[in-house]
Design a protein around this ligand. Structure first.
Ligand code: ANZ
Length: 830
């Protein structure tokens, strides 16, 4: 039977027997939920998919052998831009492209021998799925966590749609690489910032279970700073203006005040100034607005700004501080305004030096324990050196704070401001609210209605889903507003609550909403009653093992954590973190670079399945190296993998052709290899060291070969035992061959249900150990001896050793200490 026939035979068997359908309610076994981040249905499956989805499949198969009821589902993240762009190119319906690709993926995964529970498949673009995105939106809306606001948003001029902050990477669109610009729009947001503390603090509970790098990236992304809010009176303005500072201790050194040019405050302050200032400000604002985020945030650019001819009053010393508008202050961080302390903040110092503003040192960093301990403060004057003094030290030029260290000065300043009612302790976050509106067709319609009187009301839950209209007659080309807006008969509707005419919200949701909770939908994928059944969530969730690329370190994983916490607060689930363990696998690379369509070096799964078969590919990839590392495709030997699989099958055939009559347990050396593998493989799989498991299987097959060819032969019971072990463990990696071996060895399928035998502890004992022979405590020789050697035999062996004899020559042995099998020590005199 060819590898191809074996493959088909077992794929049919698994489908017919529903081998991998997860056990239901009555199944008392402990549960494991194993999941690979679901795929986007673009193009055919390629080597990236082959490796990403192989790992969770190995783990899922492993836990079945360990007595668990395993859930290993698959679905498709099937809304999004590529489908829409492909449809635009061909003038077709995005649905056609999407579902055709999904069918291809499904066939590919079946051919690849995945142990999925195919009864739970979901596609996020099905109305039965996205209906629950809309439900989720309404739940957030009810809790005040979904809101609309007008603000400057990230705009991709190429995709003609807004982007969440998380989708802007180094100032560029995460998807297409175009430089992102700012645009003022009214959009829907999810209030993820309300969860900032929990999202940050709970990362600690994942330490050791998620890659440290991912946790660190999330911490930086949330970016919590602690400090104070300080209120400044602005001359000629009734309300004080608040700034956020991490260094309230430096308040005496604040010599000017800066507002973000694109903030409402800047416009207001400028409008109260002379016409000349107003004009200069307007010009400046226009240049600032043309800048991309990249330009604005680069630190090596000369500082620019406009003096607004207004003054703020320093609350601690009553000094008048000139107010400037400058682009290094961002409108959407803190309060969009800063107290500038040029002596101790580099950006402020660069600005002060450019515009000749006063620089006053208020922290002496040269004191004992300070950042510049032992240096001469006069020589470090930032106004001269151009380097701000940013470290620890003691306060100077600060009234009654003089001599106090930084930490205490911060506490005392906050207390003083608090008493005066002009400041308070505050925290600030880099994290922004999640902008979820998208001006595209192929997504979940936002279930809100706009009434004539300007009010915005939700579509009642029982009217969900708000289905996408037919694409016929719609122009999907990006034009800055949603194509759905042109679907007249769809947009124009009636508010069921009031009976008033209404317009549907024409934007669709960011597809990261779809993927923020899909792992719960797998638990009740066909329910029309719930998004997910809370009872099922209690049984299965959170996900025990989640596998995916590090590119999702922030986006998907942060959003899923947020939505999980919201669902927890809604009382629908009893856990606060969605993924108990996370594995980031490396990529498959070709000549050191990522495989990609654009480079034309994408190796497609379907080609290899025909040529080498699923098992050889799975084995080759599993053997290619540690899970986290990138794998060089040129180093993957599929013909080597094929040879190994035929060797394994041949062994099964040879055992099957022998009746196995030997009375004893068989070759002890082979049994030891078998049992050591049975003992070690669980930890190896649980630590995702799949390449080591493959190496150990190869060692075992070699051992079998040796016993058949030069030992007791195929009838030896140790050979059968070893072959059965190979079948069971090989099933994790090359499941068709594992099943076939098991069947040829005379067993009923499926090997996937075989319970992992305990290793015999007697066979795990090392057979030889190294003994150190000492003379007066000094090691003179080492001996290889049997692990179970007696004290008498060990002493005799030591005395017989040549080196030991030399060391003892002419000496009187006073005492011999023997601790078999590890140590012999001769105490000697003379
Ligand atoms: C005075 C000061 C003195 C500051 C000093 C720093 C050092 P992180 O740590 O990133 O949170 N800041 C506040 N709002 C800003 C905005 N909208 N745009 C640009 N900068 C802003 O940074 C907090 C510090 O960044 C704040 O503390 C403020 O400068 C500045 F020796 O206040 B600091």
């Amino acid at each position: 039977m060819s590898a191809h026939d074996i493959q088909l035979k077992w794929q049919e068997y698994w489908a017919e027997n529903e081998t991998f359908v997860a056990g239901g309610d009555g199944d008392e076994r402990p549960r494991k939920y194993i999941l690979g981040m679901f795929p986007y249905p673009s193009g055919d499956l390629h080597m990236g998919h082959a490796i990403n989805y192989l790992y969770p499949d190995i783990v899922a198969r492993y836990w079945r052998h360990r007595g668990h009821n395993v859930l290993n589902p698959i679905g498709w993240d099937s809304f999004g831009l590529p489908a829409e762009n492909a449809a635009i190119k061909r003038g077709a319906d995005p649905r056609e492209w999407t579902y055709k690709n999904i069918d291809q993926h499904k066939a590919g995964f079946r051919g690849y021998g995945m142990s999925y529970d195919w009864s739970r498949v979901l596609h996020t673009s099905d109305p039965e799925y996205y209906r629950w995105n809309q439900w989720l939106f309404l739940k957030l809306y009810e809790r005040g966590l979904a809101y609309r606001k007008k603000s400057a948003v990230n705009w991709c001029p190429n995709d003609q749609t807004v982007l969440a902050n998380e989708q802007v990477v180094d100032g560029r669109c995460e998807r297409c690489g175009a430089e992102v610009v700012k645009k003022k729009l009214t959009q829907w947001y999810f209030k993820i910032t309300e969860y900032a503390d929990r999202l940050l603090d709970d990362l600690d509970t994942l330490e050791g279970h998620w890659p440290h790098k991912v946790l660190q990236m999330q911490r930086n992304w949330i970016g919590r700073s602690t400090g104070a809010d300080v209120d400044f009176v602005i001359e000629g303005r009734d309300e004080p203006v608040t700034v956020f500072t991490t260094r309230p201790d430096t308040l005496h050194g604040a010599t000017f005040f800066v507002v973000a040019p694109d903030s409402d405050l800047a416009a207001e302050l400028a409008s109260g100034s002379s016409s000349e200032v107003r004009m200069r400000f307007q010009d400046y604002l226009e240049t600032v607005q043309k800048q991309t985020e990249i330009e604005r945030q680069s630190t090596d650019r000369p500082k620019t700004g406009v003096f607004l001819e207004r003054y703020a009053i320093n609350p601690v010393n009553g000094e008048r501080m000139p107010v400037w508008a400058a682009d290094y202050v961002l409108a959407d961080y803190g309060h969009g305004a800063v107290m500038a302390v040029p002596a101790h903040d580099q950006r402020d110092l660069d600005f002060a030096r450019a515009f000749d503003l006063p620089v006053r040192v208020v922290v002496d960093t040269t004191v004992t324990g300070g950042a510049n301990e032992g240096d001469d403060l006069a020589e470090l004057d930032p106004a001269v050196t151009g380097t701000a003094l940013i470290g620890n030290g003691r306060l100077v030029n600060s009234g009654d704070l003089d001599g106090v260290d930084k930490a205490e000065a911060i506490a005392r300043t906050i207390a003083t401001l608090g008493k005066a009612g002009t400041g308070r302790a505050a925290k600030n976050y880099r994290l922004r609210d999640w902008l979820i509106s998208r001006q595209r067709f192929w997504g979940t319609p936002i279930p809100m209605l706009h009434l004539d009187d300007g009010s915005v009301v939700p579509v009642p839950e029982d009217r969900l889903p708000v289905q996408l209209p037919s694409v016929d007659g719609l122009d999907l080309r990006p034009k800055g507003s949603s194509p759905l807006g042109a679907a007249e008969s769809w947009v124009r509707t009636v508010d069921p609550a009031s009976g008033e005419p209404a317009l549907r919200d024409a934007d669709t949701m960011d597809t990261f909403v779809d993927s923020s909770w899909y792992f719960l939908r797998f638990l009740s994928p066909n329910s029309s009653e719930f998004a997910f059944d809370p009872a099922e969530a209690k049984r299965w969730a959170p996900v025990d093992g989640y596998f995916g690329g590090v590119e999702h370190a922030i986006l998907h994983l942060l959003y899923a954590r947020f939505i999980t916490k919201v669902l927890f607060d809604l009382g629908l689930i009893d856990f606060e973190e969605p993924f108990s363990n996370l594995v980031n696998q490396g990529m498959v690379i070709m000549d050191g670079a990522k495989m990609s369509k654009s480079k034309g070096n994408l190796v497609e799964l379907s080609d290899l399945l025909g040529q080498y078969g699923a098992d050889a590919l799975r084995l080759g990839l599993a053997f290619a190296g540690p899970v986290e590392d990138d794998k060089e495709w040129n180093g993957v030997s599929l013909s080597g993998a094929q040879k190994f699989l035929s060797r394994a099958l041949r062994v099964a055939d040879e055992v099957a052709s022998e009746p196995g009559t030997a009375p004893d347990a068989g070759d002890a050396a082979l049994r030891r290899i078998t049992h050591r593998l049975l003992a070690d493989a669980p930890a190896l799989v649980e630590q995702t060291k799949f390449n080591v498991v493959v190496a150990r299987l190869m060692e075992l097959v070699n051992g079998i070969r040796k016993t058949i060819d030069t030992g007791a032969g195929a009838a030896d019971p140790a050979v059968r035992e070893a072959a059965e072990t190979v079948a069971m463990i090989l099933e994790l990696i090359s499941p068709h061959t594992g099943e076939e071996m098991w069947a040829r060895l005379g067993h009923e399928p499926s090997v996937s249900a075989v319970q992992w035998p305990d290793a015999d502890p007697a066979l795990l004992v090392e057979d030889t150990v190294t003994t150190a022979v000492q003379v007066n405590g000094k090691v003179r020789a080492t001996l290889e001896v049997a692990a179970d050697i007696s004290d008498t035999d060990l002493e005799a062996a030591a005395r017989a050793d040549e080196k030991v004899q030399r060391a003892l020559e002419g000496k009187e042995i006073v005492r011999v200490i023997v601790r078999a099998p590890k140590i012999v020590n001769f105490a000697v005199k003379g």
